[in-house]
Ligand binder design. Structure first.
Ligand code: HEM
Length: 419
């Protein structure tokens, strides 16, 4: 007998981690959310991991203590298989940091660093972020064109965090070079990334030593002084902490400014709305707008690695002990079950509890600084370069193909030059 109402076959599973996927992963994430919300896949490195794409499952996974951050729980230790991209696989001292450890160590270190890196510290830093932002725009304003990634989004967070940590101004360009090498993820000269990490590590170790002798009004000095029930950070822990603040706060902020400005340029109605509100001296739309940009196309595509410490079920899917789990924040933040019109950019969006900064005990420690830098950067660009426009076709832009971060390689723009 003929079936008059055949169930249409599900569209074929999308290919992940291709060039097209890096450019626009959202259609593939929509498919996964609908058809395979907890999906086992082989990553380009060869490691198999579960991708979690629904908002509810993602939020649950981020807060689930059965998912450890410690790579030692991986069933196939990375070092046994060669380089996999799982941080901490080489157990470098600098890699023993907040994003690689679990309670109770995490609780102790986070409490200590939170005492040094408070929202008040960040608020006091606002004039300096504005000054840095203006100085960077001054440098290209007369040109009428710029690459917003290299000339603006990239240097701003590196100088900001160097200032905050207490790296002397004369050494900050070295940091800029080392960080530039790290962000290229090995695309630079052979061994360049490892050499840059080593230089940064040696520099930070020496700086911490100097600050212990001669404390100043900076974050490194406060990290050394911070104590909890009489306990202090060791020099190694302080160096690892300074490194994670640099590392976690750098490429993320580059991408917030880059992805954020790109989204505004592609959505002229929203950008005008923001420009009008800024011209009227309001800040409300800027604040909700930056949160919406984080939801719509945030800097962290997947949260960092987690490993099942015991068999568990997530979103109806059984996960074995030792399996790696990657929570896809970009997919969760476009889940129609949580956000209305998730593929639409709405700078005034209410009820916007996005996962762009994570959730649970590893929730972004630098969120107040990221907000300050993102809001200052975007508002100042729109105010000082009001006719800013893309200098290339969107199809000509290239996205970095990394697993965790999502960001543009370049963002060429044009504007009316000011003398
Ligand atoms: C727009 C910029 C930023 C975004 C989108 C962002 C996002 C995130 C996310 C998603 C996590 C959680 C990762 C996970 O659970 O696997 C995280 C953690 C963290 N972030 Fe950020 N971040 C940003 C900027 C910063 C800045 C500026 C700093 C510091 C200067 C920073 C420091 C940290 C630290 C230390 C952690 C680890 C916290 C812990 O494990 O307890 N982040 N961030």
């Amino acid at each position: 007998m003929q079936d008059n109402n055949p169930i249409p076959p599900a569209p074929p599973a999308p290919e992940l981690f291709t060039w097209e996927f890096a450019t626009d992963p959202y259609p593939a994430y929509a498919w996964l959310r609908e058809h395979a919300p907890v999906h086992r896949t082989r990553l380009p490195s060869g490691v198999e991991a579960w991708l979690v794409t629904r908002y509810g499952d993602a939020r649950q996974a981020l807060a689930d203590q059965r998912l450890s951050k410690n790579p030692a729980h991986h069933d196939e230790p990375a070092h046994a298989k060669g380089k996999t991209g799982i941080p901490g696989e080489r157990k470098a001292e600098l890699m023993t940091h907040l994003l690689n450890i679990d309670p109770p160590d995490h609780t102790r270190l986070r409490r200590l660093v939170s005492k040094a890196f408070t929202p008040r510290t960040v608020a006091q830093f606002a004039p300096r972020v504005q000054e840095l932002t203006d100085r960077l725009i001054d440098a290209f304003e007369a040109e009428g064109s710029a690459d917003l990634i290299h000339e603006f989004a990239f240097p701003l967070p590196i100088y900001a965090i160097c200032d905050l940590l207490g790296v002397p101004r004369e050494d900050q360009d070295d940091f800029r070079d080392w960080a530039g090498m790290m962000i290229r993820h090995g695309g630079g000269p052979r061994g360049g990334v490892a050499r840059s990490v080593k230089k940064m590590r040696n520099y930070l170790a020496e700086l911490i030593h100097k600050k212990r002798e001669n404390p100043g009004d900076d974050l490194i000095s406060r990290l050394i002084e911070a104590s909890d029930h009489g306990e202090h950070l060791t020099e190694n822990e302080a160096a690892a902490m300074a490194f994670i603040l640099l590392f976690a706060g750098f490429e993320t902020t580059v991408n917030l400014i880059g992805n954020g400005m790109y989204a505004l340029l592609r959505n002229p109605g929203q950008r005008e709305r923001l420009q009008e509100s800024l011209a009227a001296g309001e800040t409300g739309l800027l604040e909700t707008g930056v949160e919406e940009l984080l939801r719509y196309d945030g800097p962290v595509e997947m949260a960092t690695w987690r490993f099942a410490t015991q068999p568990l079920t997530l979103g109806g899917q059984d996960i074995a002990a030792g399996d790696p789990v990657l929570v896809v924040l970009a997919a969760a933040d476009r889940d129609p079950a949580r956000f209305s019109g998730p593929d639409t950019l709405d700078l005034g969006r209410k009820d916007n509890q996005h996962l762009g900064y994570g959730h649970g005990i590893h929730y972004c420690l630098g969120a107040p600084l990221a907000r300050l830098e993102g809001q200052t950067a975007l508002a100042t660009l729109l105010r000082r370069l009001p006719d800013l426009r893309l200098a290339v076709e969107p199809d000509d832009l290239r996205w970095r193909g990394g697993l965790i971060m999502r960001g543009l390689r370049t963002l060429p723009v044009e504007f009316t030059a000011s003398p």
